[in-house]
Design a protein around this ligand. Structure first.
Ligand code: MN
Ligand code: MN
Ligand code: ZN
Length: 276
């Protein structure tokens, strides 16, 4: 949900289209600079969320941040920006800060994974005691993006000392584009079994529910309205009726206009898939 006009506006937008959970950026997603959050805005955000019946708010980090960068300047800039986003989440009472692990930009996957883990260890040391968990998103694997294999996320977690502060968000579009065929029942079952054995389903705290414009294994990240892309209806039916995921927040990241009519349509599509 957009935070135009103030962070406190986002829960009201969620309520307007009938959301029970929302995701926000805590600052502009394509700028390094962040406007300082005021105490009153924070209080209004919390009150609006309660009054709107929003049970969970998830944050997504800025797209500029790359904690895997081999470039010292960009990595340090990313580190400070991410720590600031963690602090904004702490003040807003947001538990999960979803992020893309990062791009190694030529340094190689192994090196990138080590770099990210080092950053996390330092971030989690500096934020000791904060009720904010770094939530790694499964990615499509565009360019040199890491996180398109469950093994990447497992390897990162393995190197982090405070493992209880790391969680995972499963993006349906990304995971499919990365090559996991969740569009068939067999593939869905196998994908979730792999997730469980490599990462652990207890680490899963959110879904990003998106259809995909591009195909299985395309490694291209392009979201499509539910049922209108290469995923079709099946994977959403599997997720919505999987008893393991009943209480996991499910977030739409599909395109929308100012009136948010697309959100109403996609929400209805999803809710109609629930059996019984
Ligand atoms: Mn994302
Ligand atoms: Mn996503
Ligand atoms: Zn995406």
């Amino acid at each position: 949900m957009s935070i135009a006009g103030g962070i406190d506006e986002a829960p009201l937008r969620g309520e307007a289209v009938g959301c029970k959970v929302i995701q926000i950026f805590t600052k502009s997603s394509n700028q390094w600079k962040a406007r300082e959050l005021g105490e009153e805005e924070i209080e209004r955000f919390k009150t609006n969320g309660e009054n709107a019946g929003i049970s969970s708010v998830i944050a997504h980090d800025s797209y500029l941040i790359n904690l895997a960068s081999p470039n010292d300047e960009l990595r340090k800039k990313s580190f400070h920006a991410f720590l600031d986003e963690m602090d904004r989440c702490r003040r807003l009472g947001i538990r999960y800060l979803v992020m893309h692990p990062g791009s190694h930009t030529g340094a190689g996957e192994k090196e990138g994974i080590k770099t990210i883990s080092d950053q996390f260890n330092e971030l989690l040391h500096l934020s000791d005691g904060w009720k904010v968990d770094i939530t790694l998103e499964t990615t499509a694997g565009q360019g040199t993006n890491l996180g398109y294999k469950f093994e990447h996320l497992a390897a990162i977690m393995d190197k982090v000392k405070k493992k209880d502060r790391l969680k995972v968000c499963f993006d349906t579009c990304h995971t499919f584009a990365a090559g996991y065929n969740i569009a068939t029942e067999e593939g869905y079952t196998e994908t979730m079994a792999q997730f469980d054995s490599l990462i652990g389903l207890d680490k899963l705290v959110a879904f990003h529910i998106n259809d995909s414009k591009k195909g299985l294994g395309s490694r291209v990240d392009r979201h499509e309205h539910l049922g209108k892309g290469t995923l079709g209806e099946a994977p959403f039916r599997f997720i919505m009726n999987d008893p393991r995921f009943v209480n996991i927040p499910k977030i739409l990241e599909t395109p929308k206009g100012k009136e948010m009519e697309e959100d109403r349509i996609n929400l209805a599509f999803l809710r109609n898939l629930v059996k019984g």
